[in-house]
Design a protein around this ligand. Structure first.
Ligand code: G6Q
Length: 544
């Protein structure tokens, strides 16, 4: 049985579907202003979406029916909303500068958070000013983060996004993949005497990270001896015992806690590589930008709440228009890795099909597939599909109004492109317009007939536009937190646990079985295809 709000939205869909955005803009002169919000140096224009006031009202009704406001409060106040793992979800506490306590099981977590932040500040400053040196007395200029998933994607994306803020003599490298190439390529570039390895692993049990860390440790010990490990290896983890067993002094460990999910951990000790690259003060600015978005998400009325509006529009497309994908396209070279980061945030959080009440979801869709890349590059790859594919793809465009690299007319051209793409997606081009253009260009009628459909655009394709004043650490923190809260809002409405990730386990289990078989062990029961592939790989490897 569908709820009142869902029934209301189904009615709205029947009423509204078929209305075009061009019609909506023509009918309401103030539509753009009405559906634009400005917040802390960011403009969010959501007017180029398929809704009117009545649709929006029905969407806010849906949010209220799911008690969204109190569910938001549950997260901030440390309630154990990650129910399958019985954990609080407090990445927001990591950027809480209010001075107010945040408690889990009656204990205020803020003193510990502040202690680790102070340790990160002290350490990052010591490395950057050269007072913490390598074993042979050289400055540690190469920072190598070894981690995967949440212990890699966030720090990687943020360090790339803030490259303009890197100290001149620092280089950052990231080793994530178990593919030996990842290690080999980095180790081939760095001098052991000048290299600091950061082993980033919440659990300190992840096979990829531990294997990569062991390889790097052996490489370092071979070059500089066992005693050098203390100057060249630090760990970021919740698991002190495993860190010690691995051979890193726990004094060189920066802790975090179970209430920080992997993909929400860049704000914790996992952000050490960020602090080393851009300096602690800039890392703090990143946290402060996120804190500003936290306050907004926690206190703004739903109708003015940026992550909530993004989430509801996404649900409207996902569950009523049956569009199960969307694209995030930053027009900023520094944000090139943002889509990959958001893929994990969104798809690992909301790619679920079991509800909080432990029932299988059979009658609605949850998390959409997310893809993206940097504009204008991607205009020359997948934009064909965005403009003329059989199904629309809602897009989030992100661009700073002012570039860190204002060279000639580059940035005006970039800006013109992003604005034009959003306009083109919505406006489209009718077959008549396409035909008229062809005729104006002097084409004969045979050519006009042949090309007019191919040169037409359906339009009515939605997008959000985010314009940042500039890509600062603060603005980046805000943007990341905005997506985190959008994802949580959608999870609340889809009634799923956005903070677990059981779906990554089965493949890991099977890989552990297959590994000894590849090494010559007795083959376990497999399907015919997997068995044949194991055999094939074994034979090829034996032959070389
Ligand atoms: C994120 C996931 C996952 C995790 C990695 C690395 O939410 O939990 O991506 O971050 O599997 O785990 P460790 O940090 O424990 O090595």
């Amino acid at each position: 049985m569908v709820s009142n709000a869902v029934a209301g939205l189904m009615d709205e869909y029947k009423r509204f579907n078929g209305t075009t955005m061009n019609e909506l803009f023509a009918a309401e002169a103030g539509r753009a202003e009405k559906y634009t919000l400005n917040f802390e140096g960011m403009t969010f224009d959501y007017s180029k979406n398929r809704f009117d006031d009545k649709v929006l009202a029905a969407l806010f009704e849906l949010a209220r029916e799911h008690n969204l406001e109190s569910r938001i409060e549950d997260m901030f106040s440390g309630k154990k909303i990650n129910i399958t793992e019985n954990r609080a979800v407090l990445h927001t506490a990591l950027r809480n500068f209010s001075g107010k306590p945040v408690t889990v099981d009656g204990v205020d977590v803020m003193p510990e958070i502040r202690r680790v932040l102070a340790k990160m500040k002290e350490f990052s400053e010591a490395v950057r000013n050269g007072s913490f040196k390598g074993a042979t007395g050289k400055k540690l200029k190469n920072i190598v983060n070894i981690g995967i998933g949440g212990s890699d994607l966030g720090p990687y994306m943020v360090t790339q996004a803030l490259k303009k803020y890197w100290a001149e003599d620092v280089q950052c490298y990231f080793i994530s993949n178990i593919d030996g190439t990842a290690c080999a390529e980095v180790l081939g570039q760095v001098d052991p005497e000048e290299t600091l390895f950061i082993v980033a692993s919440k659990t300190f049990t992840t096979i990829e990270t531990l294997t990569n860390a062991r390889t790097c440790r052996e490489w370092l010990v071979k070059a500089l001896g066992e005693a050098a490990v203390a100057n060249h290896f630090v760990a970021l983890s919740t698991n002190a015992k495993a860190v010690a067993e691995f051979g890193i002094d726990v004094n060189n460990m920066f802790e975090f806690w179970d209430f920080v999910g992997g993909r929400y951990s860049l704000w914790s000790a996992i952000g050490l590589s960020i602090a080393l690259a851009v300096g602690y003060d800039n890392f703090e600015q990143l946290l402060k930008g996120a804190e500003a978005m936290d306050k907004h998400f926690r206190t703004a009325p739903l109708e003015q709440n940026i992550p909530v509006i993004m989430a509801l529009i996404g649900i409207w497309y996902n569950d009523y228009y049956n569009i199960h994908r969307y694209a995030v396209i930053p027009y900023d070279q520094y944000l090139k890795s943002l889509p990959a980061y958001l893929q994990q945030l969104d798809m690992e959080s909301n790619g679920k099909s079991v509800r909080l009440d432990n029932k299988k979801i059979t009658d609605y869709a949850t998390g959409p597939a997310l893809f993206g890349g940097a504009g204008t590059d991607v205009q020359h790859s997948f934009f064909q599909l965005l403009h003329q594919g059989t199904e629309p793809v809602p897009v989030d465009f992100i661009i700073p109004a002012v570039s860190h690299n204002e060279i000639g007319k580059h940035h005006e051209i970039l800006l013109a492109n992003v604005l034009a793409q959003a306009e083109a997606l919505m406006r489209g081009k009718t077959v008549e317009e396409a035909a008229a253009e062809l005729r104006n260009a002097g084409k004969d009628e045979v050519t006009v007939e042949k090309l007019k459909l191919n040169k037409s655009f359906d339009g009515n394709r939605p997008s959000n536009m985010f314009i940042l004043d500039k890509l600062t650490p603060f603005a980046l923190g805000m943007i990341i937190a905005m997506y985190e809260h959008k994802v949580y809002t959608q999870g609340v409405i889809w009634e799923i646990d956005s903070f677990d990730q059981w779906g990554v386990e089965l493949g890991k289990q099977l890989a552990l079985k297959i590994l000894p078989e590849l090494e010559g062990g007795v083959a376990a029961a497999h399907d015919g295809s997997t068995r044949a592939l194991i055999e094939r790989v074994r034979k090829i490897r034996e032959a070389c």
